[in-house]
Design a protein around this ligand. Sequence first.
Ligand code: NAD
Length: 294
Amino acid sequence: MTLDIGFIGLGNMGGPMAANLVKAGHRVTGYDLAADARERAAGHGIAVAESAERAVAGAEVVITMLPTGRHVLGAYEGLTAAAREALFVDCSTIAVGDARIAADLARTTGHRAVDAPVSGGVPGAEAASLTFMVGAEDADFGEAEPLLAAMGRRVVHCGASGSGQAAKICNNMILGVSMIAVSEAFVLGESLGLSHEALFDVASAASGQCWALTSNCPVPGPVPTSPANRDYAAGFAAALMAKDLGLAAGAAESAGLPTELGRRAAQLYADFAAADGAGLDFSAIITTLGKGTA
Ligand code: NAD
């Protein structure tokens, strides 16, 4: 079924996602504050509007892919021109609390809302192989699923509003902490005279096995495709990991939970991003962990 879709935020992720909706046969009208993003989108068959309000006028579905919760809430306040009962799908990574406020805002203007953050990064957005984590009422999920499937390979219904964002930050807390654990093991192993290959050969086939080790190994050599082999060119940028762990730490604070490793990891990635690591792959955190304390 061809849908009229308004797409707000045509950046690194939103641009290729909107292009995949066009490829799937939908009519997509988009808007971005940045002129270069608008130009790139036009080159992929997206009808570019001169404002967000115009992009969503009469749309049956409104998709947002924006940097932070502040941007999403700001945008939602201005998107009243969508069709009545239109389905609002926010794919940005934002706080669970902001996702619930955004859903309430959409509902008070006669629309429906789901949160559907993604993992898979820019390559996944380009190849339509993203994983979507969805917070939605059952009926709204049923409607969103085929649409999201045009931009991704996996669509998981995680529960009611905010649950998609909850799944996203919990998963990335596992990832951020496990990358530091793997990195510390390589640094310690090295100081004990253990080669990277030997530690990899043991841990990748033993109980230390995890994605951070076997797919995104933080030292060059054992996994030829990992960013460590190309001077840590991202990949998944340390700035985005710092952002996601900051959201996880904020959620833990609200819940009164210590999540000690998650919070420590948030601090380490934030410090690394603020120094000179923001644009590097998050596995480059290993370069900060070898400073001795003795
Ligand atoms: P980006 O900065 O490339 O794109 C965001 C776009 O939003 C920009 O082009 C900006 O001009 C536009 N924008 C901001 N405010 C706007 C407004 N009010 N109206 C219209 N356009 C506006 O960021 P991105 O990498 O595409 O990330 C988008 C979201 O996806 C973020 O929440 C990020 O955390 C999440 N995410 C990113 C990745 C990744 O690898 N890049 C992976 C997973 C999730």
